[in-house]
Design a protein around this ligand. Structure first.
Ligand code: ZN
Length: 446
């Protein structure tokens, strides 16, 4: 296949380059001027071509919670938004991915349904400490890209770690040379604040006050302290507080991610938008948004992720801010959001756009040998975008099972026209998903 006349975003380049792409089998084999071939040709005149996006934080909920999402719907949503690789979290499937046996069960089910390539995170919960958690980690090592942990958890089957347990996990991860991912909110603070604020009543600002900036700052500080002492690799997921993100500055082994909802919304919006913006951690006070944009541009926050975690309407709107499901669909809007509001809006330059949507996550999780950039010899994972086309976010048009989105009605410039995974078109905006379920492959680190 040859893709002609598009403008490419190449690693470490600040400008788009007009070059043709030759794809043979699953790989990019040549970048050059005026390439020709007898085979299939895609004319990308007027289109921009980015490396396929990586969404390194999704909850596709399978098996176990498929009324909320499953791997087919979730990965179709990814493809429709230019994402060609996802990494799925271990905690929102039954059983959770805390052992090799559980992972193999899950893999058997999801590998028949994936539209995009996928990696998995293992998980270490309080329950892991009832058995031999270090052995579980060793047995999972070859199949996972990191280990997810929580300082606070709303999931009965995937309990939080205390600081001592977290330190033990960091020690094993250090020995195995694999990152530990952390949901960083302070347990003590949130527990007491929740008791107090629930008494105060059913309002969104009370929900925000249960998990404000300081809850993140306390957790990130203690996690960083523990990780640096051990010299372990730590990654802080979904940072919503600028001050918490700032703690990562200048620390090589410690990385972080944020999500579009933290860049776009604040705690004033949640009164207006309601449950469609209920996420954990919640969106913070307004000044955090600029702080997070700055950290993302500077590279202190390494990349973005969607934290895609949808739920049906009836779970999202229960009548109480305390029981409404916390989580939103986001994998389909992740790349379009950062392209429009980050790159086109002039907040982040082209070379940084490539890092935050693809390259940095690929490097962090050991899949950069195949993914994360447009280069000869790598997988032909590409997204073709029409930069002149505006489109409006409509939840009921999402490929995800989740339709309730805080981005409802927002206009984005830049429409994904085609998504290509390992040399095959998987999404075409005129024809929808054009590949059979199961085309997406399971990824391991190099
Ligand atoms: Zn999550």
């Amino acid at each position: 296949m040859i893709i002609k006349n598009g403008k490419l975003a190449l690693p470490c380049e600040d400008e788009w380059k007009k070059l043709d792409i030759r794809i043979q089998g699953e790989e990019i084999t040549e970048l050059g001027d005026d390439l020709c071939s007898e085979d299939e040709m895609i004319d990308a005149e007027g289109l921009l071509i980015l490396p396929g996006g990586i969404d390194p934080h999704v909850h596709f909920d399978e098996p176990g919670y498929t009324e909320r999402e499953d791997f087919y719907y979730g990965s179709s949503a990814s493809a429709s938004g230019g994402i060609t690789t996802v990494i799925d979290m271990p905690c929102t499937s039954i059983p959770p991915i805390t052992s090799r046996e559980n992972l193999l069960k899950k893999l058997n089910i999801i590998k028949k349904k994936a539209i995009v390539d996928f990696g998995l995170f293992g998980g270490i919960s309080s329950q892991s400490f009832e058995g031999d958690f270090a052995r579980d980690m060793e047995e999972l090592l070859e199949s996972v890209l990191g280990f997810k942990t929580y300082f606070i958890s709303g999931m009965p089957d995937f309990g939080r770690l205390d600081h001592y347990q977290f330190r033990e996990v960091l020690k094993v991860a250090k020995r195995l040379n694999i990152p530990v991912l952390l949901h960083a909110e302070d347990y003590d603070y949130v527990k007491r604040a929740t008791e107090v604020e629930m008494e105060r009543g059913n309002s969104w600002i009370n929900y925000y006050r249960t998990r404000p900036e300081v809850a993140e700052v306390l957790a990130v500080q203690s996690a960083v302290q523990l990780a640096e002492e051990i010299e372990a690799d730590l990654h802080i997921v979904h940072i919503g507080s600028g001050e918490a993100g700032e703690i990562l500055r200048g620390r090589d082994r410690i990385t972080g991610e944020t999500a579009p909802h933290y860049l776009e919304f604040d705690c004033n919006d949640i009164e207006r938008i309601g449950s469609a913006l209920k996420v954990t951690p919640p969106v913070k006070s307004p000044e955090n948004k600029q702080g997070l944009w700055n950290l993302l541009t500077d590279g202190v926050i390494d990349f973005i992720a969607s934290d895609h975690a949808p739920a049906p309407e009836e779970e999202k709107n229960t009548g109480s801010v305390w029981s409404d499901y916390s989580g939103i669909p986001g994998t389909g809007t992740l790349l379009p959001y950062i392209f429009a509001r980050g790159y086109l809006a002039g907040r982040i330059p082209l070379r940084r756009l490539l890092e935050v949507i693809s390259e940095s996550a690929a490097k962090r999780y050991g899949i950069y040998h195949r993914k994360g950039s447009i280069e000869v010899g790598k997988d032909a994972d590409l997204v073709l975008i029409d930069p002149e086309r505006d489109w409006i976010v409509r939840g009921d048009e999402f490929f995800s099972k989740g339709k309730v989105t805080p981005f409802e009605g927002m206009k984005f410039r830049g429409k994904v026209v085609k998504t290509i995974l390992r040399g095959r078109v998987i999404y075409d905006d005129k024809e929808d998903i054009v590949v059979e379920p199961g085309y997406g492959k399971f990824l391991k680190k190099d």
